[in-house]
Design a binder for this molecule. Structure first.
Ligand code: AGP
Length: 618
């Protein structure tokens, strides 16, 4: 939930670390800090606020920037409010050890008390300051090198971490370790330099060689030498697995757009094609998905599919429930991963669990997967980030191939997750014979047309902007949809909440009369999805009910609609497609609407307050 970076080599460390932190700010942006070692001194700069605020402190101070070794941090606060003191890096009591940490040390309070008894004093409220002092204490007690001290100390902590530790007494190496939080090591030419980061984006212009630490592994990086990887539990050595990075620089830049969110909204036609490319062979009437093909018997004999996910990914999971039940006739349950993991759920080896996660690092989803596996279920992952923890923890899976999603508000992740879930539903339906050949082929043909329909929909931007201008000052909004589009209503409301801070709720349209209808008055905008095959008449009745109570109606309808146009205050038309595929279209106007409202309200669209892109804490 924080971003960490580090560099050791012959280049100036400062610009590498600062630029790296900017790329990692999606992970947290409450405070930022950097330590540069100049050969003699540790120069520490940290502040509440963003990396740009940190730069203001360091920019005109060459002393703070000089050196070829350093570590940096951008924080999403867990223990202790965001302020200068709680910002990372943290130093040990002696001032020799410096650490940056992403994660939570759960037993920090016990450790802190023990360390206080041994004479340590603490300046911050963080669990991280406890960890760096624990390492120092072990180093002293055992009279050992930093690597050994880190290994022993980590066997005493519970929780999650990705850390980078530097010791002024041994300034030619950095120690990194991971449990539950990601860490990537970029390997420079001939091992002359190493880059450390929470993901590979901070170093893509420097090297394509990357090693991802596995859980419970630590590594010692020292220029001029191979990375040494060790198992934390028993200090045994592990063969480093260096891979080739496929990420490119333009994928993580704004490319002329004002914000990542709008760039990512516009990337959806391509992202959807990338998701089904090579899998959906419409002309041959085939869907190929290795993760299912290689485990077909398990899927065909599954008594139940349980989807686990959080946030937007959970909404995609709900669309998946409608799709899989409708097409493949397999019972589906959709669970919040955070509830599932703690409620002693009934899971059997005949269940298939589908875990959905853009980042592949969400702590609750990861824990739900581990629980399901321990009960014998087969776990299939739907992730965007290649090589992420969830992708590695699941038995099989399908990547969404959306490309990096940097805006905190998920957009292309959602539509590509729905694309994968549509392919899963269709494939299982074909294998089980629950759709006729012609129905199956029609879906494939229609699916193939979705990207160009999304492209066309993106042209309604000006109209959506106009609607945004009218309703940007609303205090509360309701989003209504039915069937396949009920989850889209939930997602529309979430998008508005998270980036514009306007209160919004999503509801199944027919549920409105069981409570939320009491909220409706002339100040209440209601965004209603009324596509022509989705229980259209029923939704039209709901719209009438709203109209009679003076609510403002913004309806999403199918091209050529006449009835709703006469009742609603505004209509947005989506192109015709199969009802099951409409979520891929109806969600687009809601994304644009949230974006424009947030921009008009002058909110930080890509980095909304209190949020972070990947939630690696409970
Ligand atoms: C979406 O806009 C959110 N920022 C959030 O709900 C997100 O979908 C959730 O945290 C799950 O993340 P994941 O897909 O990376 O697991």
């Amino acid at each position: 939930m924080c971003g960490i970076t580090g560099y050791i080599g012959e280049k100036d460390a400062y610009p590498i670390i600062i630029n790296g932190l900017k790329r990692l700010e999606y992970r947290g942006y409450d405070s930022a800090g950097i330590m540069i070692y100049d050969g003699q001194e540790l120069n520490l700069s940290k502040t509440k606020g963003k990396v740009a605020d940190l730069e203001q402190i360091t920019d005109n101070d060459s002393k703070r920037k000089a050196g070829t070794i350093g570590i940096g941090h951008t924080r999403w606060a867990t223990h202790g409010v965001p302020n200068d003191v709680n910002s990372h890096p943290h130093t040990s009591q002696s001032g020799n050890l410096v650490i940056v940490h992403n994660g939570i040390i759960e037993n920090y309070d016990t450790l802190r008390k023990e360390l206080i008894n041994r004479g340590y004093t603490f300046h911050s409220d963080t669990d991280t300051e406890v960890l760096v002092n624990l390492i120092e204490e072990v180093k002293k007690q055992e009279n050992c090198k930093l690597g050994k001290a880190v290994q022993i100390a980590l066997t005493e902590v519970t929780g999650a971490y990705a850390i980078a530790v530097f010791d002024k007494e041994k300034p030619n190496e950095i120690i990194v370790a991971r449990l539950g939080s990601p860490i990537a090591i970029g390997v420079g030419k001939n091992n002359e330099e190493f880059f450390i980061a929470s993901d590979a984006s901070p170093f893509i212009e420097f090297t394509k060689n990357v090693m991802y630490l596995e859980d419970e592994e630590m590594a010692i990086v020292k220029p001029g030498r191979d990375i040494r990887v060790r198992q934390i539990s028993d200090d045994s050595s592990v063969e480093p697995n260096i891979q080739k990075l496929k990420l490119s620089l333009d994928q993580i830049e704004k490319g002329g757009y004002d914000h990542f969110m709008i760039k990512e909204i516009h990337e959806q036609p391509k992202a959807i094609i990338d998701t089904y490319r090579g899998r959906m062979l419409a002309n041959q009437g085939i869907i190929k998905m290795a993760g299912i093909d290689n485990n077909l018997e398990r899927f065909l004999n599954a008594e139940r599919i349980i989807v686990v996910a959080c946030g937007t990914s959970w909404h995609a999971g709900l669309v998946g429930e409608y799709l899989i039940e409708e097409m493949a006739r397999i019972p589906v349950e959709v669970e919040y991963a955070s509830e599932f993991r703690y409620r002693n759920p009934i899971i059997t080896p005949k269940d298939i669990v589908i875990a959905i996660s853009q980042s592949g690092e969400t702590a609750d989803t990861l824990a739900a997967i581990k629980l399901a596996k321990s009960k014998g279920a087969f776990v299939f992952g739907v992730c965007n980030v290649v090589g992420s923890s969830i992708a590695r923890e699941t038995h099989a899976g399908a990547y969404t191939h959306a490309g990096p999603e940097i805006g905190v508000a998920s957009t292309k992740a959602f539509t590509t997750q729905i694309t994968v879930l549509s392919l899963i539903a269709l494939k299982l339906a074909k294998e089980k014979g629950t759709l006729s050949k012609s129905e199956f082929n029609t879906y494939l043909q229609k699916m193939q047309l979705i990207p160009e329909k999304v492209q066309k929909l993106l042209e309604i931007d000006e109209k959506v902007k106009e609607i945004a201008r009218i309703y940007k000052d609303a205090k509360n909004c309701l989003y209504l949809g039915r069937g396949f589009n009920f989850p889209v209503a939930l997602e529309g409301a979430l998008k508005l909440k998270e980036i514009s801070y306007i209160h919004a709720e999503g509801y199944p349209a027919a549920e409105m009369k069981h409570g939320p209808i009491a909220l409706i008055d002339e100040d209440m905008p209601l965004f209603v999805i009324a596509t022509n095959k989705g229980h259209y008449e029923k939704v039209v009745s709901n719209i009438q009910e709203i109209k009679s109570r003076s609510g403002k109606i913004i309806a999403i309808v199918t091209e050529g609609d006449v009835t709703v146009k006469e009742i609603a205050d505004h209509v947005i038309e989506i192109p015709e497609t199969e009802e099951a595929l409409t979520p891929l279209l109806t969600t687009i106007p809601f994304q644009l609407l949230s974006y424009h409202i947030a921009v008009m309200l002058d909110k930080n669209v890509d980095q909304p307050r209190n949020l972070a892109k990947s939630v690696t804490v409970e």
